[in-house]
Ligand binder design. Sequence first.
Ligand code: NDP
Ligand SMILES: O=C1OC[C@@H](O)[C@H](O)[C@H]1O
Length: 381
Amino acid sequence: MTSDTFVAQWGIIGCGWISSEFVTDLCRSPSARNVQGISHAVAAAGSRNLSKAEEFLNKYCPKGAAAQQNNLVDFKPKAYGSYKGVVEDENVNIVYIGTLNVCHYDDAKLALEAGKHVLLEKPATLNAAEWRSLVSIAKGKSLFLMEAVWTRFNPVLLAIQKAIHQDDIIGDIRCLYSDLSLDSLGKRSDTDRLLSAELAGGPLLDLGPYPLLWTMTMLYRHPKNDKTPPAKIGSTMMLHDTGVDVSTNFALTFPSIPAMANCTANLLSPFQESQHTRIVGTKGEILVQGSTYRPQSYIIRRLKDPSKECGGYLEDELVDMTFEEIGLVFEADHVAKCLKDGLIQSPDMPWEETELTMSIFDQIRKEGGYKFLPGLEKVQL
Ligand SMILES: NC(=O)C1=CN([C@@H]2O[C@H](COP(=O)(O)OP(=O)(O)OC[C@H]3O[C@@H](n4cnc5c(N)ncnc54)[C@H](OP(=O)(O)O)[C@@H]3O)[C@@H](O)[C@H]2O)C=CC1
Ligand SMILES: O=C1OC[C@@H](O)[C@H](O)[C@H]1O
């Protein structure tokens, strides 16, 4: 690490579970993952309750993050009993928002209006209109804004993207199947963030971003598709008593490849450790190992004779890329590099892609009859 290392100085908003995972990953030394030129510091963490923020920092980064442990900066993490304290802290240059879905818009707006860059947990907002409003604030103030879909920066997803888009490992891609589900129904209360209507719960917004991310990465970003939005989106949804979805299936077509994605997200099926995501091409297929949000390895299964129907497969080839990090740090590294380069949006997770994601969710909710409770959406069409 040298003196020209750029340090992302994070302010954390919301001291819940995902924020603890994020901060834990920021403490890992960048050189251990061969990253040069950037590092991370935790400048502040804020909770609605000061003692929660203090406990959070004591537990997850008592010595600060990597840059603080390496004496690249001389401030210690500071705890606040409000989110406003974090966005006003002079040592904070980027705010990570790990609050609940229904808070994302207001919390991101608070940070942007205070002049801070923002990394905002998924789902970025409740609808596309809220996202467009945040983009307009970020643009107007020349501030960085990105939805925190960490899987986009996972090394296994990136390797699969290269294998398909550049190396033609499975031939022309035809179908993608991607699921992320949990057997939460009956095991979590109706006030839990996954099932509560007050918190805009349901698997579409909570788990759906991941199957859709695989679709966007492999099909929407496929060179033959050239970022053409899906021609058709079809969906079916089952609602829970609270009014949020409990199971949602959706399919998207990309005729210029031509290929189709089949995505599922529900709270009815036990979590699977592998093969939630399968990408099928004319010469074989890729089976993703590890969860849909944190792939660890993949299997290449080649067809014995692609010219034959049901001609069988060659022996599976496993590409093992298991890593120790939780994985959130890969997106944090990307954000730090963007800030170092003076970018206000990520080339890999640009604003238009989050807007398309949110519009797709808007359409699926409309088709399925999932209406947010009045007042939850801060901006509407
Ligand atoms: N990238 C990923 O892998 C994951 C992302 N997520 C996303 O992160 C967000 C948070 O999820 P998670 O960390 O599991 O949730 P938690 O419930 O653990 O944390 C959410 C935090 O939101 C804050 N908050 C603000 N207002 C309220 C409120 N009215 N009621 C309850 N909490 C409130 C709280 O912070 P405080 O009390 O400190 O003010 C709380 O700690 C969600 O949007 C989810 O989609 C979740 C899991 C994984
Ligand atoms: O983003 C997420 O990934 C992991 C899931 O368990 C969680 O509910 C979701 O928010």
